[in-house]
Design a protein around this ligand. Sequence first.
Ligand code: CA
Length: 501
Amino acid sequence: MKPFIVIFPVILFCCLLSAKRPNILFIFSDDHAYQAISAYGSNRNQTPNLDRLANEGMRFDRAFVTNSICAPSRAVVLTGKHSHLNGQLTNGETFDGSQQTFPKLLQKAGYQTALFGKWHLKSSPTGFDFWEVLRGQGPYYNPLFLTSNGNRKITGYTTDIITDRTLDWLKNERDSDQPFFLCSWHKAPHRNWLPAPKYMSKYDDQDVPEPATLRDDYQNRLSPASTQTMTIGKHMRDEHDFKLTPPRELNDEQKKIWNAAYEPKNKAFREAELEGDDLLKWKYQRYAKDYLRCIDSVDENIGRLLDYLDQSGLAENTIVVYSSDQGWYLGEHGWYDKRWMYEESFRTPLLVRWPGSIKAGSVNMDLVQNLDYAQTFLEICGANQPNDMQGRSIVPLLKGETPSDWRKSIYYQYYEFPGYHNVRRHYGVRNHRYKLIHFYMIDGWELYDLEKDPNELESVYGKPDYEQITAAMKKDLSRLREQYQVPPDNRPLPAKIKNLY
Ligand code: CA
């Protein structure tokens, strides 16, 4: 009798503890500009389901990445460490999946972990009880999935299929006795922006507003802003980007639907023989509309997941997180793509719904980074946060209590040069008002006063009145580099590239 009296309360306590532990659904997209989310004030599209997350949860307006490029961002999210420590400096490396990641720690803490969708880290996923991922970038249609139980090809639209598989797992495959950490990670809206059949003609009868900086001339900044190769006007030339020919990945039936939607548009374009600014306008419209059509599918599928959480009763004890691996230029500075420490690609959307803990409709302005996600998930799930992770849990922020010693500035570094779009390597620091960028291979500096110049059109580095601010920002940059143990980036450049400097 005596052991039972002792053990029973322990068992009861453990049951209560595990019953209380929340589930997490982490929806992650690829290249989603916050400018294309109506909860963030988009004037270009409506995203009712993302808005639902914002209205019922918290919107982060100063969420940033540490390195604005796909695979490195994913590695930062998984490890809670900057690129120089997790080894994924660029898209070129293969992620070392043997290292410590938060999903492995959640498994140890008794969580069931599963991943569906885009992975993009070359090595096979580790730390997931079940995974089913696209190979590499993956196509928009008829994707091949690599799974922990072999490969399989599924016919249809990838954004829908990733959600179908996420829902299947929730409904039929998980162990309902265990809390879960579930990743639904989209390929969309990554280049080259192929919409689902139902959205191929959406926006046909309207113009998408242009951003103020679409015709940026790159004056008043150092050379890197003008030597890039990522403008919509000059560098977006691929007929597949513009959908002037049917995408190769479509089957015959899909091709018919495609032709019916795009051939009339393409015929009108060919007949118009546009030039100069008229051609730029057309390119922007074609690009922006296809991009937004891809977002429409992402948003619709988020709605499907939220509806299921409601219907199943899981919503109350399931935290839903939405973010993207980085932000994106939807024509700002004349660009597409990402990579820069300038705001549109440095920032990333972050929406979190946590019933009972987050005040509905709240907005957070603290400086947070994708570096913080791992420790946040660990704290929510009651697991220990290892000392060698470099972020900080945002759980207090979610509860509306910003600690007095919360960070006042953040560190950034981009490494992928030489590389696509010729964006020079740079690092820098941003606080609530200023941003200092060091293009370290040419030892050139830019400083932006974000209050006076939110579009970052004029570097005030070296200008009168900014000496003290520059000195303080440089000191802060050194402090952060020391804190994060950032080594010098001595990777050599090919001789041809060296001559560009
Ligand atoms: Ca990306």
